[in-house]
Every structure is written in C-alpha cells, then in structure tokens.
Ligand binder design. Structure first.
Ligand code: SF4
Ligand code: F3S
Ligand code: FES
Length: 249
C-alpha cells in the first residue's frame, strides 16, 4: 500500500544551502533513490543526484540518510516508519557541487598516489599463474565499488580537513593490502610505507569504515590491522630491522 512520506532534502550549491521539506508518495518495494527520482519528476526538476546502476554496484548514489552514509539505491523505504521524516544530505566529507552531488576527486587523487600493479619484467601477460589461495586472499578487497562511504565516514578526514593531504583513507588501505598480497607484484609495498606515506598511522581503528561498507569488506580487521601489526613488528623488532637492512644490501 502506498503512503505519503515526509522528506527533508539538502538543496544548494557553492557552499550555500538549506534543507527543503517535501511530502512525497511512496509505493511498496521502493528505495530512497526512487523517492528522490519522484521528487525530480514531480516537485524539484533541478534536484541534482548522482546515480547509475540502481543495483548497488556502481557506487554513485552515496548520500547520508538520516545522518548515516548509505547507498540511496540500496536503502529500502521499508526500513523507516511511515510517520518518520527522512533527511537526505550529501556526503559531508567532500565539497558539495549541487544538492546531493559531491566533488569526490579527493579519492581519485589518492588513487593516483598508490603505485599501480607491477608484475615481474620477465613474466608476460597471460603467463601469470596464481594459486587459488592467493586469489581468495585478496578477492574480498576487489569487491570494492568505490562508493567512498568509508572515506566519508572516517573521522580522520570527516572532522579534520587538515588531515586530507596526508591520509589516503580506508578505501586505499585495502588497495595497498590487495597489491601487497599479490604474488606477482614486485614493488616494495612495506606496511611501513603505508604507515608513513599514506597516513595509516592516523587510523585509530574506530571501524566506522567497516560498518558502512555496502560490500561488507572487513576493511579494518583484514587490511588495516594486519598492516599496522606488520609495520609495528618491523619498527620495534631488532631482528626484523637488522634483517631488512642486510637483505636490502
Ligand atoms: Fe565503498 Fe566499501 Fe569500497 Fe569503501 S571499501 S569505497 S565503503 S565498497
Ligand atoms: Fe578511519 Fe576506518 Fe581507521 S574509519 S580511523 S580508517 S578503522
Ligand atoms: Fe549504483 Fe546506487 S545507483 S550503487
């Protein structure tokens, strides 16, 4: 059965804006993105929202729904009561371009700072042979849809703009972990570098990133914590330190 829902949606651009109230029809089985589209079709034709697949796979429709970072296309209206006011705002950590659309280029800049997959020079494409166990280890990280919800929720940059230059963020910690686990990647990706060059040291394991990941990637437990442990081992274990010096020569 359909009903009328109360929506409050952020409208504005160039740093200026306000929440605008709407009453809008909701039908059975709909998701928040459906309602945003209905607002565009009926009451706010210039309402800006980014979306693409409507299937939780492109990572475009990231927004904050009642203050929680979520995908609009995967948030069912049935998770709210009919008399609840649903507040939809853009991701807070990135600059707003217009309404619900943010400039997420911070993330692409961070992506460029991570050296790409570097196979051995003498192995040609098509000749890579990997054990299934090695494929499985990093498969979880390759599920990332780059929705940047984890980047948005992490307090290291959400509350501290000044940390942005030094902090790659959880999405890129899993990228580093994935490459580090790849048996054909020959680049030196010591966790110490992640700690010092990509800002892993700023992370204090609040796990907010893991909580919001729509792909249920265990960002903190399977990527961040193991890298932190190895970085610490290396720094404080004199044998590991000595070994690294000897083998580097
Ligand atoms: Fe989104 Fe999860 Fe990838 Fe972060 S790790 S960008 S939350 S899919
Ligand atoms: Fe941020 Fe995730 Fe660490 S939310 S503080 S990167 S555990
Ligand atoms: Fe693609 Fe929501 S529209 S993830």
């Amino acid at each position: 059965m359909g009903y009328k829902a109360k929506f409050r949606v952020w409208r504005g651009e160039s740093g200026e804006g306000r929440l605008e109230d709407f009453t809008v029809e909701v039908n059975e089985g709909e998701v928040v993105l459906d309602i945003i589209h209905r607002l565009q079709a009926t009451q706010a034709p210039d309402l800006a929202v980014r979306w693409n697949c409507k299937a939780g796979k492109c990572g475009s429709c990231s927004m904050e729904i009642n203050g929680k970072p979520r995908l609009g296309c995967m948030t069912r209206m049935s998770t709210f009561t009919e008399d609840e006011t649903i507040t939809v705002t853009p991701l807070r950590t990135f600059p707003v371009i217009k309404d619900l659309v943010c400039d997420v280029s911070f993330n692409y800049e961070k992506a460029r700072e991570i050296p790409s997959f570097t196979p051995p020079a003498d192995v040609k494409p098509g000749e890579y042979r990997m054990q299934q166990v090695d494929v499985q280890r990093s498969q979880e990280f390759r599920k990332c849809i780059e929705c940047f919800l984890c980047q948005n929720v992490c307090h290291v940059i959400r509350d501290h703009e000044e940390n942005k230059p030094a902090f790659a963020g959880p999405r890129f910690f899993i990228r580093i972990a994935e490459l580090d686990m790849h048996p054909y990647d020959v680049r030196d990706r010591r966790p110490q570098a992640a700690q010092e060059e990509h800002g892993l040291g700023y992370c204090n394991i609040t796990k907010c990133c893991t909580e919001v990941c729509p792909e249920h990637i265990k960002i903190t437990d399977n990527a961040i914590i193991p890298m932190k442990e190895r970085a610490v081992d290396r720094k404080y274990d004199p044998l590991v330190w000595l070994g690294s010096k000897i083998f580097k020569r």
